[in-house]
Design a protein around this ligand. Structure first.
Ligand code: F3S
Length: 397
């Protein structure tokens, strides 16, 4: 692989052991995937934050990196942790878990990673531009940044994003190259989804059909930011979709010639398939905690929930998950207060999937996210799916 003089110096250890180690990881990765060179990246989004997934070995690795003086050279944000870093007692998180989780965050902060603790960094200021090279992990954030923002990242992992944050480079292959961003299949949507749950189901069906291909989606009218984040998150769950195009909506869809699509495999999705998918992922739950915010809620989603709950009282538990940045806006506008006055809770920094639900005694959840449904079901939690409006209406009846 061709390296610049500067990169060779980094690899040669002239800027310390942690930089050398980071370079070695990226160069090895590049060699495995046939990259000819590295490329400068503008930002990193680092996953592998919940102590649930990291365990003691992961925590030790992060502490060692911080101790060795690893420091970020570019903007680096952090994915959700296993708990709300302030209100973890309200989530019934065990003290022993909380202590470890706080050590994880401290190690990241020592390295210069911003403790944003969200899977929607693009809603809190880390918003890459069209064509910008970035190194992001977290499948839903990768999908959003590649598809909706037109930035360029591969499906990175915790260690590779941290390495990219430390050296400001990534291996130049995969979705970083224009030729790998072209559609591999056409998806005709016969009836545009009517709720975020249906967008999530649409993404889930697309992911199952195209695997890790690049779908070109037709027939989806005026999707909102929230619809697209739900679609992308689910497509990355049932398949490995890191990039999709929506006709006349996503930026790169506009530059594709119609003829380019003719030779591609085609799928058709009707409302029946969406309903069937939702029903397959859903089971009866007697007393579920209603969880909204997979991916993390935007301000608009919090506002929608707050307006539905205004002046009402919840019968069961409602947990809304969002980032600190969005929470601060929602709090200023009185929306957090509306939800909490109704008996709900708005948590930051975490979500139901990366929290230690087993230790928290959670056995039943209702949600509007196919991604959350699949991951929670894999851990033995009973999940009932419904759109946010019906779930909230049901919870306040
Ligand atoms: Fe985000 Fe957790 Fe869902 S990290 S995409 S809210 S599983």
């Amino acid at each position: 692989m061709h390296l610049t003089r500067y990169e060779e110096r980094l690899l040669g250890g002239e800027e310390g052991e942690s930089v050398e180690r980071a370079m070695r990881l990226l160069v090895t990765l590049g060699e495995v995937f046939g990259a000819e060179r590295l490329v400068e990246v503008k930002s990193a989004h680092v996953s592998g934050v919940s102590y649930l997934n990291l365990g003691e070995a992961g925590l030790d690795f992060l502490k060692e990196q911080a101790e060795a003086g690893a420091k970020t050279r570019i903007r680096a944000t952090l994915n959700p942790a296993g708990m709300d870093l302030q209100r973890w007692k309200d989530q019934a998180i065990p003290q022993s878990f909380a202590e470890k989780q706080l050590q994880v965050i401290a190690a990241f902060e020592r390295m210069g990673v911003e403790a944003t603790c969200t899977c929607t960094p693009y809603l809190v200021g880390n918003e890459p531009r069209l064509g910008e090279q970035i190194a992001w992990a977290e499948s839903s954030a990768i999908s959003y940044s590649n598809s909706v923002l037109g930035a360029r990242t591969n499906r990175e992992t915790g260690p590779t994003t941290l390495a990219s944050a430390v050296v400001g480079r990534a291996a130049f292959y995969g979705y970083r190259l224009a030729e790998n961003r072209l559609p591999t299949a056409v998806v005709e949507v016969e009836a545009s989804p009517c709720s975020r749950l249906e967008f999530s189901a649409l993404g889930y069906v697309i992911g199952a059909q195209v695997g890790n291909g690049v779908p070109f989606i037709r027939g989806v009218t005026a999707p909102s930011l929230e619809d697209l984040k739900a679609l992308g998150a689910a497509a990355a769950t049932s398949g490995g979709v890191a990039l999709y195009h929506v006709e006349s909506v996503t930026p790169e869809s506009r530059s594709l010639a119609p003829l380019d699509l003719k030779s591609l495999e085609r799928f058709t999705i009707d409302r029946g398939i969406l309903e069937e998918t939702i029903s397959k992922l859903s089971v009866e739950a007697e007393k579920p905690i209603t969880c909204l915010g997979c991916p993390h809620c935007s301000l608009r989603e919090i506002e929608e929930a707050a307006r539905l709950l205004e002046g009402k009282r919840l019968k069961g538990r409602l947990w809304v998950f969002t980032s600190r940045g969005v929470y601060a806006d929602a709090e200023r506008r009185g929306l957090v207060n509306l939800i909490e006055r109704a008996g709900g809770k708005v948590f930051r920094d975490t979500c139901m999937v990366v929290a230690p639900v087993e230790e928290m005694g959670i056995t039943e959840v209702s949600t509007n996210s196919c991604k959350a449904a699949q991951y929670l079901a894999n851990r033995g939690v009973k999940v009932a799916l419904g759109d946010a409006n019906s779930l909230l209406k049901e919870a306040t009846k």
